[in-house]
Design a protein around this ligand. Structure first.
Ligand SMILES: *[C@@H]1O[C@H](CO)[C@@H](O)[C@H](O)[C@H]1NC(C)=O
Ligand SMILES: *[C@@H]1O[C@H](CO)[C@@H](O)[C@H](O)[C@H]1NC(C)=O
Ligand SMILES: *[C@@H]1O[C@H](CO)[C@@H](O)[C@H](O)[C@H]1NC(C)=O
Ligand SMILES: *[C@@H]1O[C@H](CO)[C@@H](O)[C@H](O)[C@H]1NC(C)=O
Length: 347
């Protein structure tokens, strides 16, 4: 794979995207560096790619993502992890040390823990989050965190709180601090015994950030709001060979819609692969014609008219939140999140 080509793509992406907090060059070099790390522990376990062993946990500081809590959680899920659950004071101590060692002291991170609005702070597995000192932020104002303010429902650690835990508005933008179960270094035979019986139900394995959605490896790049051209380049930069998603499978559109709602991504607008920029009204994806077919496309604002309805002004294919994530033609300059697809990893 030509790194000069990758570099060129990244450079173009940097120029065309002003919305992202960091350049793609930095993001990709960070991803590549982190995926190279794999730190064995003393006792036969290792952290999966991207994750580092810190305080006995496999953690990943996805510092290039700045998003609300649900989007950050989905980023952890895309790595088969979860937001990091801080269960002991030593874990918090090790995490704060690592934040300082990595120079992330200006940042804030979403961690596992949400308030039910009445009395409980729960981890996502429903265990109770430890309260009080030395976990949560407390100033000398008799108003320590968590405040049980129903508007502050998500647990974070951030620079303003000295990286003690603080209850925040879940819509605030922080980075995901993800956790993964340590992986066993020994190829365990036991887990694989049943598989030969059900070859058709075999699960695929996807690259980092890609989730298996009905047998497709798909990534939701919620941390970049960029024009369509930059979105196309970003997919390839995230994983070599990845592309903006396109599908002729209506069941996949249904699975995507369900996933947006399950993962709280239904407020996002996404770019997918097709365009009619070359010839108005002829939608293509990598030179292949895309049918204007039901029930892929949504309704137009004008009663009785269906998408695509934007003529020359709208030449790129999007799944928009306001449009219930049907296919819609939108202006290619709109800042939306790319949806990428990649080949499964070979087993
Ligand atoms: C391996 O090390 C981890 C982290 O130190 C620890 O939590 C775990 O219990 C250890 N497992 C065994 C089998 O010793
Ligand atoms: C926290 O970081 C933000 C921006 O990242 C910065 O504006 C702010 O001054 C920092 N606050 C402290 C207390 O360091
Ligand atoms: C939170 O934890 C409490 C105590 O274990 C439990 O009763 C409650 O159902 C949990 N709530 C959620 C939303 O998980
Ligand atoms: C595939 O993954 C799903 C969800 O993780 C799991 O329930 C199922 O048992 C897996 N199937 C196989 C054949 O491993």
């Amino acid at each position: 794979m030509g790194y000069q080509i990758l570099y060129l793509l990244l450079t173009i992406a940097v120029v065309t995207s002003k919305a992202s907090p960091q350049s793609y060059e930095e993001i990709i070099s960070q991803i590549m560096k982190e995926s190279a790390e794999e730190e064995p522990t003393q006792n036969g376990t290792a952290c999966p790619p991207m994750f580092s062993l810190i305080g006995g946990k496999c953690l990943y500081f996805a510092s290039f993502v700045q998003q609300n809590q649900v989007a950050c959680r989905q980023v952890c899920h895309s790595l088969e992890g979860e937001l990091a659950a801080i269960r002991t004071a030593t874990e918090l101590q090790e995490i704060i040390r690592e934040i300082k060692r990595r120079g992330l002291v200006e940042m804030g991170f979403w961690i596992d823990g949400t308030f039910d609005g009445k009395e409980h702070w729960n981890f996502s597995n429903t265990d109770l989050v430890p309260l009080g000192t030395p976990f949560w932020y407390a100033a000398e104002d008799n108003n320590p965190s968590p405040t049980n303010d129903p508007l502050l429902k998500c647990a974070s650690i951030n620079n303003e709180s000295g990286f003690l835990m603080k209850d925040m508005d879940c819509e605030q933008h922080f980075s995901p601090l993800c956790e993964h179960e340590p992986a066993s270094l020994d190829e365990s035979e036991e887990d694989q015994e049943e598989e030969p019986d059900h070859l058709e139900a075999e699960n695929i394995s996807c690259p980092p950030f890609f989730v298996d959605i009905s047998g497709n490896c798909i990534a939701f790049i919620t941390w970049s709001e960029i024009p369509w051209i930059a979105a196309k380049q970003t997919c390839n930069a995230i994983t070599s060979g990845a592309e903006l998603l396109m599908t002729k499978d209506i069941e996949l559109l249904r699975h995507l819609y369900n996933y947006f709602h399950e993962e709280g991504l239904d407020g996002h607008n996404f770019w997918i692969g097709a365009t009619d920029v070359a010839e108005e009204g002829v939608w293509t994806y990598n030179g292949i014609k895309v049918d204007i077919e039901a029930p892929f496309w949504g309704n137009s604002i004008t009663l009785g008219v269906m998408e695509p309805d934007g003529n020359d002004a709208e030449n790129c294919l999007a799944l928009t939140s306001a449009g219930q994530h049907y296919f819609r033609d939108k202006s290619c300059d709109e800042p939306y999140n790319p949806i990428c697809t990649a080949k499964p990893l070979s087993l």
